[in-house]
Design a protein around this ligand. Structure first.
Ligand code: AG3
Length: 275
């Protein structure tokens, strides 16, 4: 018997993959968590039916979300990650040994528990003493912080249900306040092929708050349409042109200094969304 998992990515669009085994499945107060072992993509984390991580391509997303803003800041010390309970973003952030503290705020404790058990490749970061984890709502957490982070990364699911608040103008204003005077933030912002309106709206909202706002892109094959964007807002440094020399490029599978700059070069149809 063949077992297939299908994600309904959009009302008219699906992606399917052949499943070797369902490793875990539970409903938490926040969402349904599913952990699959698949033929083509290896282990896969699925939240409320949407693929979050696969072992095949998670490195692209996590390296790009973390290393672009972190290399654009000349001397980051304190980093905040909102979401990212699988640990992949924290793993990349913690490669920057100059950091003093990394705080991760995840709403669903069970995501961390399940990923610690089934995705050690990502959740290895939880053993690092520099990482502090808070299980609470990221939006509420940020509201109470003033000028205490150098870099803030928003590693959210799609803007559906509760997570939609992580894509709001109000949240970007709170992030601005939580950053130091030369702080930088980056967020995952979906696909320009199927989320064009969202990308334009997020860009304009962030741009109202941050003096420098830019979009950069990467290819994540298991996400809708594979072409993925990240929006970065910066108070002082232009993330496209200011960058430190990467010290651990050989350990990475996607990010490098050339790609850092190249990822900001956008196709015309994407540039148009930002007008
Ligand atoms: N967060 C972004 C996942 C978006 C995928 N969307 C979808 N499959 N419909 C990933 C979190 C990884 N730390």
């Amino acid at each position: 018997m063949e077992l297939w998992f299908t994600e309904l990515q959009k009302p008219g669009m699906k992606i399917s993959c052949k499943v070797l085994q369902t490793l875990h499945r539970e409903q938490t107060p926040f969402q349904e968590i599913v952990l699959l072992d698949t033929v083509q993509f290896g282990r896969m984390l699925v939240l409320d039916g949407a693929v979050q991580v696969t072992l095949l391509d998670e490195f692209v997303y996590h390296e790009m979300l973390a290393h672009v803003p972190l290399h654009a800041h000349p001397a980051p010390k304190d980093v905040l990650i909102i979401g990212g309970g699988d640990g992949g973003t924290a793993r990349e952030v913690l490669r920057h040994t100059e950091l003093e503290s990394v705080t991760l705020v995840e709403i669903d404790r069970r995501v961390v528990d399940v990923c610690r058990r089934f995705l050690p490749e990502l959740s290895c970061s939880y053993d690092n003493p520099k990482l502090q984890v808070h299980f609470e709502d990221g939006v509420e957490y940020v509201k109470n912080k003033k000028a205490c982070y150098d870099v803030i990364l928003v590693d959210s699911p799609d803007p559906v249900g509760q997570a939609a608040r992580l894509f709001s103008a109000e949240f970007y204003r709170a992030i601005f306040e939580a950053l130091r005077p030369d702080g930088i933030f980056a967020a995952q912002t979906e696909s320009p092929f199927v989320d064009a309106e969202l990308i334009g709206r997020v860009y304009r909202d962030a741009n109202r708050v941050f003096p420098i706002t830019k979009l950069y892109q990467a290819v994540v094959p298991t996400y809708p349409t594979a072409l993925w964007t990240f929006t970065v807002g910066s108070k002082r440094y232009d993330p496209e042109t200011c960058l430190r020399k990467p010290l651990f490029e050989d350990d990475l599978r996607y990010y490098n200094a050339d790609l850092h700059q190249a990822s900001f070069k956008l196709p015309n149809f994407v540039k148009k969304l930002l007008r």
